[in-house]
Design a protein around this ligand. Structure first.
Ligand code: AMP
Length: 401
């Protein structure tokens, strides 16, 4: 069974075509610059490449191009779109309406669009892409939506409520939703498999650390708390996002800097975080390089992030009344040995005995990095959100038969 996975943004359409018989990637790429020009980058499993300008006034033309490169020319990998059994779409915000992977009916697509107020950057483009996909790819090919928020819908009220007056939740749906759910679900299950344990018997802290970062407490396979909140701005310091701050600092800075709410939102989402503190870059590698060259603010930004991650691990161990494993994933979590060591050192009191030799130099590989006699296991678990979307899509279409 072949599944096409789509991750649509306002000006881009990332895609992967997977063969679910062996879960291999047949082709992948990105249609970029939608609405402002157009460019496609396409790579096939056997190394054929397309890298060319195109004309993408809307997502519809991007889908038409995608169909063209998949089915015709030198880099074609299928002879007709009929070979694709279903399309799985990543959707960022499902709020309380969607707690699981769902078939994208007209009503579901409209609801995704209606949730745009909660996720303006993401949900409307997702709805545009879903509608464009419907136009270009046959109606008989099911489209499925996998929500970033769905995994976190198991959080108890005491974890997802904020201390605002209750009506803010009732009237405006202001609560913690959490994000990166597809990744946390994938890696926590992969960790349980690697440990040879049933996920229902485990208490895991999953640290997804990349350009955007979130930490999730996964108790017996369910998210019971997570660091991102109403939006992906909450939690730890990120590439350009400030993470959790005292809300009063926001209103104070609005006044001091003369910023309106939109400009303040930009300030917190695009100018803060590693970039804002270090003054060097939003990219963790650049920040580390600068820190090693003696830049004190870069060293500070890195140590702030390490410290915040460490605190989340401790607090989630408390929330779960125990801890069996900690996992690192995402660009920083999978690749930076110094970062992982910085977080996990001096946590013996919690049962973490880190193995520096096992950790050293490991990048993007499923690896145990705690000592054999560590009470709490620590692992690097590479994430693969596209694969989970494809697995969910396959399961849903098979259940429909
Ligand atoms: P992601 O958003 O998951 O793609 O992660 C991107 C982040 O991972 C960027 O900040 C990168 O600098 C960081 N990253 C990737 N490789 C490394 C590395 N070897 N050391 C430190 N950070 C890395």
């Amino acid at each position: 069974m072949k599944i096409l996975v789509i991750n649509a943004g306002s000006s881009s359409l990332k895609y992967q075509l997977l063969d679910m018989d062996d879960e291999s990637v047949i082709a992948k790429g990105n249609c970029d610059r939608i609405g402002i020009g157009g460019h496609i980058k396409h790579t096939t499993f056997d190394g054929k490449k397309i890298d060319e300008d195109a004309d993408f006034p809307t997502h519809t033309e991007a889908f038409e191009k995608l169909v063209e490169v998949l089915t015709t020319g030198d880099a074609a990998v299928i002879s007709s779109m009929d070979e694709i059994s279903a399309v799985g779409h990543r959707v960022v915000q499902g709020a309380e309406l969607f707690n699981k992977t769902t078939l994208a009916t007209d009503d579901v697509i409209q609801k995704i669009d209606d949730l745009s107020e909660l996720a303006p950057v993401h949900n409307h483009p997702h709805a545009l892409a879903l509608r464009a996909c419907r136009k270009v790819i046959s109606e008989s090919t099911p489209q499925v939506v996998v929500f970033d928020t769905a995994f976190h819908q198991t959080m108890p009220e005491k974890a997802f409520m904020y201390g605002f007056p209750y009506e803010c939740y009732e009237k405006y749906h202001v609560r913690k939703y959490g994000f990166h759910g597809t990744s946390h679900r994938f890696v926590s299950q992969a960790l349980a498999d690697a440990m040879g344990k049933d996920i229902k018997d485990l208490k895991i802290v999953s640290c997804h650390l990349g350009n955007g970062s979130s930490i999730t407490a996964v108790e017996h396979g369910k998210s019971i708390d997570t660091s991102m909140g109403f939006t992906p701005l909450d939690g730890v310091l990120m590439g350009t996002r400030c993470g959790a701050v005292d809300a009063s600092a926001v209103t104070y800075l609005e006044k001091k800097l003369g910023l309106d709410p939109n400009a303040m939102s930009d300030y917190m989402n695009k100018k803060s975080g590693l970039l804002g503190v270090s003054g060097v870059s939003n990219d963790h590698r650049d920040v580390l390089e600068a820190a090693q060259a003696g830049n004190e603010r870069a060293a500070l930004a890195d140590s702030m992030l390490q410290y915040e991650v460490k605190k989340y691990i401790g607090s989630y161990a408390a929330a779960m009344n125990g801890l069996d494993a900690v996992l690192f994933t995402g660009g920083i979590g999978e690749n930076s040995d110094d970062f992982r060591a910085g977080v996990c050192h001096d946590m013996e009191y919690l049962g973490i005995k880190f193995d520096d030799n096992a950790n050293k130099g490991v990048r993007g590989k499923l690896t145990k990095i705690s000592a054999p006699d560590s009470k709490v296991e620590v692992w690097i678990v590479p994430t693969n959100e596209e694969l989970l979307i494809a697995r969910d899509t396959k399961a849903l279409v098979e259940a429909m038969k």
